[in-house]
Design a protein. Structure first.
Ligand code: SF4
Length: 404
């Protein structure tokens, strides 16, 4: 586990210890946990060497292609039984701005998405609101459902019927719920966020979020592995964890992937301070701190894993993040905002492609299931035809923004 280090510790890893740790991580050798602790605390002067090692690892496996998914973001409901200190998405039923999308809402947005060439339908919602709110149970009953996940499954079926591929992130799910969603989703997601139970303590980011108990999230990701579900997870940077706890979270993800082989992508997401949140005064991680985390993630997880940073949360740092070892920008929507960070607009895809080109990369569209998971073990047979068709459309160049 993490050493007991002050998160604000001003002392970086001494140059010699950094060099020794990096030397042990040459080629495709993964760092030990202690070496990863040393790397993530590197001095600014050592940052170029850390980034170069991470970028080389990415280049060996991924070459110079960076991907994104053209998506529509469908916030099925923003009701949530948790209260994370950094969240502006969640609402109570009587709050202004509380919603649960009707079938008509879902249809309208799917139609807009289709007309704009989207291929991913991201279903994103709060954690199990029916256990906290009677009015939500009544809404579900009026829709003909007993659970939010039952309604999400219907929304996924609607998306498939409109030619889009669903990816659902609905918080903590049971094995039965994942079994229900698997035949209508090409992948599922749950941010691990952190393995630090410390953040569940009073005054910390997850004090009022029982679904953020790390052991429960690790258990769900393992269950998804046993169900052979292509899975998206990741860590949050800057919610009160130490750099060593970031490393511990990355090692936990690595261990799950080594056990089940189902982690199709890992997101490194930076905390953004907003006036409405309990953590309004908390410092945001700097670009360099985020780059350190990305580089150590690349070295820890290996060159082969897909590593993503949301481009709208670091609009001025795309080139730095490419140099730190990412190979994916995640979902970008031409039709909806990022409802979790509505103040942060998506980049124009053409502009992002130009930035990638300037750094020597080609930006390409991908589906919400990565190519290495498009096989019988990971994909329900009912979805194979649709996935093949859309993958073919991308290959044939309907991606207007692929750099030449
Ligand atoms: S971050 Fe997710 S789980 Fe936490 S309050 Fe917001 S919607 Fe709920």
């Amino acid at each position: 586990m993490a050493r007991d280090i002050d998160p604000d510790c001003p002392h970086p890893t001494p140059a010699r210890a950094f060099t020794e740790a990096l030397d042990r991580t040459t080629g495709d050798a993964e760092p030990s946990r202690l070496d990863a602790y040393a790397l993530i605390r590197c001095a600014d002067a050592d940052l170029p060497a850390l980034l170069a090692a991470a970028a080389a690892s990415r280049d060996r496996s991924k070459g110079r292609t960076v991907t994104y998914s053209r998506k529509v973001f469908l916030p099925i409901t923003n009701l949530c039984r948790d209260r994370c200190s950094y969240c502006t998405f969640r609402k109570d039923p009587n709050d202004p701005g509380a919603w649960t999308m009707t079938r008509a809402d879902i249809t309208v947005w799917l139609q807009r998405a289709r007309s704009q060439g989207c291929r991913e339908a991201l279903m994103c919602l709060g954690d199990r609101p029916e256990t906290a709110f009677r009015s939500h149970r009544e809404t579900l009953r009026a829709f003909g459902h007993r659970s939010t996940i039952g309604y999400v499954r219907e929304a996924c079926e609607m998306a498939l019927a409109m030619g889009l591929l669903p990816h659902t992130n609905a918080g903590l799910l049971s094995v039965e719920e994942m079994r229900l969603l698997r035949p209508v989703n090409v992948s599922l997601g749950l941010m691990l966020e952190t393995v630090s139970p410390r953040l569940r303590a009073r005054g910390m980011a997850h004090a009022h979020a029982p679904d953020k108990e790390p052991a429960r999230r690790l258990a769900m990701i393992a269950d998804a592995g046993r169900l052979s579900i292509p899975f998206t997870t990741g860590v949050l940077v800057g919610i009160g964890e130490t750099p060593e706890e970031r490393v511990d979270s990355l090692f936990a993800i690595r261990n799950l992937h080594q056990a089940y082989g189902h982690i199709q992508e890992v997101i490194i997401q930076n905390f953004r301070a907003k006036p409405q949140i309990a953590m309004a005064q908390a410092p945001e991680p700097t670009a360099v701190e985020l780059a350190r985390a990305v580089a150590v993630a690349r070295l820890t997880l290996g060159g082969d894993l897909n590593l993503q940073v949301p481009p709208n949360l670091s609009p001025d740092d795309h080139r730095l993040l490419l140099r730190a070892g990412i190979n994916d920008w995640g979902g970008i929507s031409p039709v909806t905002c990022d409802y979790v960070n509505p103040e942060a607009p998506w980049p124009e895809i053409a502009a992002l492609a130009a930035t990638c080109r300037a750094e020597g990369f080609t930006l390409r569209e991908r589906l919400p299931i990565y190519p290495q998971y498009m096989r019988a073990q990971f994909l329900d047979p009912a979805l194979t035809g649709q996935v093949d068709r859309l993958a073919g459309a991308i290959r044939e160049g309907t991606d207007a923004f692929a750099a030449h």
